[in-house]
Design a protein around this ligand. Structure first.
Ligand code: CTP
Length: 407
């Protein structure tokens, strides 16, 4: 049997990037031979094994054919007859379809190295279309390597467009899509992921609520970039530049969905977009089964981001409501993430990227002030149950009034 390193490990070594996990392909071996060498099969009838010591994946060279809709509809053929070239041709991109032996001799039948140099994400063959998830993968790689100058080859973009129009994307499971989306959002230029999806028509299918923001104007005084879609991309770009968490990035992407619902005659104003957007945010959250912390923050940021911007003008009672909604007493981290998302929203505007955001410290200070209210003295005064709750609120309000006066 011959063993080769394949996929991302070869690509990233040639790009001079750190290699984290290595995939191997094994040519000329049978399942029995692999088991005899101590490899552990990953599934009952899938020709992929884990190395007994390193735990890395070793796959028997195989060909694949699509036999139905979605990801389940696959038949594969692994045998000692399948060549390395046959295994490589079923892969997504030329830069992912190179193999290397233990002497670092490269097998590159589909010119991955040439495309690495040309900074092109290009599909290997029409077999690309057999897995619609690849539309998201290509957009994710575009987000990751945009800084190196990579773009999607026009013929690959065309294929992605056809796949998006074919209805195949609807067959993707929430889990597989979320895995790609969440990884893409954590790349250096997550806005490129959204741009590429939009360009090939996949955004309209996957997140029509985000797609609908493009072409929707906002008042120029607050939004020199005017277009809501462009603004959303800038907010995401800021979030990546400030190394924000996935929860914050997800909230940034969805914070303005309500603006897509404003009737044209009301443009460029978007009255109550915060509240109107909530049902859309909920729908996107559920569509991809986003983790609970992502879902929660996206909804809170959607509802309260304008409160964040107007923090210094808020009445103490409104400020208190905001702090209560976030349960800042038990969930300090979540409030920090809200502040971060608001700040990214404020900076994700043309020419305003470097602006200061005094609201952040003001909100932090307000939360700290409200936290100073101690419960014990109120208990000692005999307050219980709902009355205790009211008494705590009254005390917090007092503290916030003083805080606002002094600020
Ligand atoms: N692959 C593919 N189509 C997919 C998934 C994977 O063709 N839908 C192939 C590619 O050749 C890829 C390899 O399987 O390089 C390994 O896949 P994976 O580990 O998911 O990706 P990597 O390329 O290693 O990229 P990453 O750095 O994002 O992990």
């Amino acid at each position: 049997m011959q063993i080769y390193k394949v996929g991302g490990a070869v690509r990233d070594r040639l790009l001079g990037k750190p290699v984290t996990d290595i995939d191997w392909v094994v040519v000329g071996a049978t399942t029995e031979e692999m088991l005899a060498k101590g490899f552990r099969p990953v599934g009952a009838d899938f020709p992929v094994f884990l190395h007994p010591k390193s735990g890395e994946e070793y796959a028997l060279a195989r060909t694949e054919r699509k036999s139905g809709r979605g990801y389940g509809g696959f038949t594969f053929h692994a045998s000692t007859e399948v060549t390395l070239e046959e295994d490589l041709i079923r892969r997504d991109l030329t830069i992912n379809a190179m193999a290397e032996d233990d002497q670092q001799n490269l097998t590159d039948p589909y010119h991955g190295q040439r495309d690495l140099e040309a900074r092109l994400l290009r599909h290997v063959s029409p077999a690309f279309a057999e897995d619609p998830l690849r539309v998201l993968r290509v957009a994710r790689f575009a987000a990751r390597y945009a800084g190196l100058g990579f773009t999607v080859a026009p013929e690959t973009l065309e294929l992605m467009r056809q796949l998006s129009e074919s209805g195949e994307l609807e067959a993707l499971t929430a889990e597989r899509s979320w895995k790609e989306i969440s990884r893409a959002l954590m790349e250096d230029q997550p806005q490129v992921f959204i741009e590429v999806l939009r360009e090939c028509g996949a955004l309209k299918v996957l997140m029509p609520e985000v797609d609908a923001l493009f072409g929707v104007p906002q008042p120029e005084a607050h939004h020199p970039e005017i277009d809501t879609g462009v603004h959303t991309l800038s907010v995401l770009e800021q979030a990546a530049q400030h190394k924000q968490s996935l929860t914050v990035r997800w909230a940034c992407l969805l914070h303005d969905l309500g603006k897509g619902l404003t009737p044209e005659e009301e443009w460029p104003r978007h009255i109550a977009h915060e509240h109107k957007g909530l049902k859309l945010i909920k729908a996107v959250n559920e569509r991809f089964k986003a983790p609970k912390d992502c879902q929660e923050l996206a909804l809170l940021v959607g509802e309260y981001h304008t409160h964040g911007h107007r923090a210094l003008e808020l009445k103490p009672s409104t400020l208190l409501e905001l702090l209560q909604s976030f349960d800042v007493y038990r969930r300090p981290q979540r409030f920090e993430e809200f502040i971060a998302a608001c700040e990214m929203d404020a900076r994700g505007r043309k020419g305003l990227e470097q602006r200061s955001y005094p609201q952040a410290d003001y909100l932090r200070g307000a939360a700290n002030a409200a936290r100073t209210v101690a419960v014990q003295p109120l208990l000692e005064k005999g307050f219980k149950g709902p009355e205790l709750g009211e008494a705590i609120k009254r005390e917090r309000l007092k503290v916030l009034k003083t805080y606002k006066e002094k600020a």
